[in-house]
Design a protein around this ligand. Structure first.
Ligand SMILES: [Fe+2]
Length: 271
């Protein structure tokens, strides 16, 4: 049985792992993946790589080639990081799972993308209660080759850290992260495409977000987005569509102004 970081540390009531993050260096322990782990990766990888062309942003497909993910084995983070660091200065940083918000944003500000190392089992292919490595790595890492998205994440982390003691600011940041990096759509010249990792790593939501008549698809707008609650237990009711990753990066000034204003309003109510 592999001992994963997720089995080594206690969690608080909200499910956040509690450990000395600054002084604990976790690694992937690649040799301990079993043939079945690699097989699970292969099934998920092949299924989604067959499904994604024509549905995912061109930058994702370019990114997955650049970082050399393949079907027949789980990515080795040491190799991934060499490539990723040379492209955008980012690296995959091993965590056991959810970590406290401040530490998460401090790591992200320093261009560390937090990822778990455990993979779902064969019997959990389509249902998971929390993100595993397929989500964190297959879903997120290819787009960490996109400089605009990377720079957006650094700036967003800086705003989060500036307001780390403000629950209203953190909720707004969570919504922004959710409706872009996790569940964002992009309008490309060839058509509507997905880029959010929560969709990219889910074959069901790939179809639903693009083609189902139920959800709303609205242009990316900071104010509207901050006022839209998200759903963790079901497909989204609303998706936000960016026109380019540059647009996303360029929205950071407005995001900061909106969040500063929210924090001021909240303080005025208290006083
Ligand atoms: Fe994610």
């Amino acid at each position: 049985m592999r001992e994963e970081p997720k089995d080594r540390f206690p969690r608080d009531n909200d499910g956040y792992y509690i450990y000395d993050i600054a002084n604990t260096h976790l690694s992937q322990d690649y040799e301990r993946y079993t043939p079945e782990d690699h097989k699970v990766w292969q099934i998920l990888y092949e299924r989604q790589m067959k499904n994604l062309p024509g549905k995912v942003t061109a930058d994702y497909l370019r990114g997955i080639e650049q970082i050399k993910f393949v079907a027949d084995h789980i990515p080795n983070f040491a190799e991934t990081n060499q490539i990723l660091t040379s492209l955008t200065g980012w690296r995959v940083y091993v965590v056991p799972g959810l970590i406290p918000t401040k530490a998460f944003f401090e790591l992200m500000r320093d261009r560390n993308f937090c990822a778990t190392t455990w993979l779902r089992t064969m019997s959990q292919l389509d249902y998971l209660e929390e993100p595993d490595m397929f989500h964190d790595v297959f879903g997120h890492v290819p787009l960490l080759t996109n400089q605009n998205l990377c720079d957006f994440l650094v700036k967003l982390s800086q705003i989060a850290l500036k307001h780390i003691d403000s629950p209203v600011a953190l909720e707004a940041i969570a919504r922004i992260y959710w409706f872009t990096v996790e569940f964002g759509l992009i309008q490309e010249p060839e058509g509507l495409r997905i880029y959010g990792a929560g969709i990219v790593s889910s074959s069901g939501e790939t179809e639903y977000s693009l083609f189902d008549s139920t959800p709303e698809r609205v242009p990316f707008d900071v104010k509207t987005l901050i006022n839209t609650p998200y759903r963790k237990d079901a497909y989204q009711a609303r998706y936000f569509v960016i026109s380019s990753f540059e647009q996303l990066y360029n929205s950071i000034g407005e995001i900061e102004r909106e969040i500063d204003a929210l924090v001021e309003q909240a303080l005025a109510i208290v006083m």
